[in-house]
Design a protein around this ligand. Sequence first.
Ligand code: GCO
Ligand code: MG
Length: 403
Amino acid sequence: MKITDIKVIVASPGRNFVTVKVYTDQGLTGIGDGTVNGRELSVASYLKDHVIPTLIGKDALRTEDIWQYLYKGAYWRRGPITMAAIGAIDMALWDIKAKAANMPLYQLLGGKSRDKVMVYKHVGGLDIGEVVEGVVAMREQGLDAIRAQVSIPGLPPIYGTGPSTDQAAGGMIHPLPNEEVWATHKYLPLVPKLFEKLRDAVGYDVHLLHDVHHRLTPIEAARLGKDLEPFRLFWLEDAIPAELQEGFRIIRQHTTQPLAVGEVFNSIFDTTTLITEQLIDYIRVTSVHAGGVTGLKKIFDFASIYHVRSACHGPMDVSPVAMGCNIHVDVAINNFGIQEFSGYTEATHEMFPCSWSYDRGYLQPGEAPGHGVEIDEKVAEKYPYAPAYLPVARLEDGTLTSW
Ligand code: GCO
Ligand code: MG
């Protein structure tokens, strides 16, 4: 089955998405997600200028060989743009392969290892009371796992804590990067208070999670982990900037708080110290940023040897196509942990009709052949690309900091 053409579609039904559509000489098509939030057009160019011309005429069913061809063949390995481009092509090829087999993708990955995929959603608020209310309401909607974030009193709301967190901080995305203010000494004592109140309100039956967004140093994260231990969080996410994997050794020495990291990782080599030394409990790579279904499977299979479980990144800027691929992998692997799910705008659902479905805290992959997600190109035309950036963060004295 030969690849005859590949199209790149960039559209913004609420958030910018980069989607590839692969055509074959047998009439089967497949789609893949190549979105890198805030850097979308670079992936589109990488695909159009450097990837697509090399794939025309190749056998669409050779997913592993094409993955290696794009990874090793580029000479310049890894990196978010390269791996998202590889990821987009890889998802589309798995889609085609599963359609050719007339099976849902999960069957080609080993079949179902579980009946449903547990998700967590986000609750944010300007103060502790607002977050508690939000978590209680979300619990009533059937969620068994909830991420809670709170603004720092006296500072403007920061990313992830505003009122629109169900849409993954939609209100914090601007045509140019917004500048936010961060103060660790005000944040550190606040978070344990939040989780104390949350446990009082919802008890211990529900999984509670917290995302630090890479804002602490290892010893600060160790302190926070210790202070949170009585409240038994499911995880503490991105406690420190993870480029220096060894930083997690310091956190691990001090606390039994489970740790999650990896949403900005794009290859297995970003994870080796963390996984082989068992410095983390959950690895947060996602199909779009880690080289598609092929890349994701390699990382999760490696993690399984070391008791590290999966936790695919799944905010609004991971398109429904990548979400579909994640769900097929989630349901098939043995070491599944949890799936993040922020939900999408109505326009996004209109643009990406899909067979996966969400119900009361759980996702199902659906039974359509392929990964089950299609693109309505007519709808895509209604929502042209619009520049949109994540914020940057500064300390109160103006120093640029991680967030
Ligand atoms: C999460 C995240 C996201 C990211 C965003 C970047 O845990 O879902 O931290 O909100 O910041 O996806 O593009
Ligand atoms: Mg995160």
